[in-house]
Design a protein around this ligand. Structure first.
Ligand code: PMT
Length: 201
């Protein structure tokens, strides 16, 4: 038993494939249950947010663009039990789990100044654009891509997505379409919006 979410990894892998198709050298750091990636992609599998944080920082050297698509937990259970918690032994109808904060991985990538561009996703359920704009500022991201995860036809564990790409010069909305098509649009727009920074590489 564990606390997690329904992320399938499909949006992240679609972005990795779109980057590969444009000639990039791509590494994917993936959480549990993410399907296999293209054999030309360097793949690292992790289970926890702490493992993802460490793996990210071990692989930041020479990274031109870091894109954080993973639905990383903001909190983790403080004390992980290695044995089953027996209902009969706890005898508490209102059991509580103490949670502690996980590191904000993408903000730590920004702080490290090791990656050229840092682009994140925002999973929102309401006031999506407003929250995503302030999330971009707060985390110091070059751009953010927001999707509404309260809509079960898009976002978590679905084939399609519908997103708004928010960057320093404007915002573009991409209506519902496959996550592969969304990835293609996003990569084209990232290359066009940040062409000056990317040309310096
Ligand atoms: O995997 P799929 O089924 O294809 O679904 C795709 C998706 C819905 C997971 C994806 O499109 C998406 O929304 N990803 C971001 C999920 C998320 O964690 O959003 P957030 O608003 O909570 O976080 C904002 C950013 O901070 C994200 O880039 C996230 O990767 C990053 N973050 C969050 C928590 C944390 N501890 N460390 C982080 O780096």
């Amino acid at each position: 038993r564990y606390i997690s979410n329904h992320s399938s990894g499909l949006q992240g892998l679609s972005i990795a494939n779109a980057a590969l198709a444009r000639g990039a050298k791509v590494s994917v750091i993936a959480g549990p249950r993410v399907p296999e990636s293209n054999s030309s992609i360097k793949r690292l599998n992790v289970t926890t947010a702490l493992e993802m944080h460490d793996a990210v920082h071990q692989h930041l050297d020479g990274v031109d663009v870091f894109i954080g698509v993973a639905a990383v937990a903001d909190y983790r259970v403080e004390a992980i039990k290695d044995k089953k918690i027996k209902r009969a032994e706890t005898q508490d109808p209102n059991m509580s789990l103490r949670l502690v904060e996980n590191p904000d991985i993408i903000a730590s990538v920004v702080a490290s100044k090791s990656a050229g561009l840092v682009i994140g996703f925002a999973a929102e359920t309401h006031n999506s654009l407003e929250y995503a704009r302030s999330k971009r500022q707060r985390k110091g991201l070059d751009a953010i891509i927001v999707n509404d995860v309260s809509d079960h036809d898009i976002g978590f564990n679905s084939q399609d997505n519908e997103v708004t790409f928010i960057h320093p010069n404007g915002e573009t909305r991409y209506p519902r379409q496959s996550k592969g098509q969304i990835a293609e649009h996003l990569l084209d727009e990232i290359i066009s919006v940040f062409s000056k920074q990317l040309d310096k590489k």
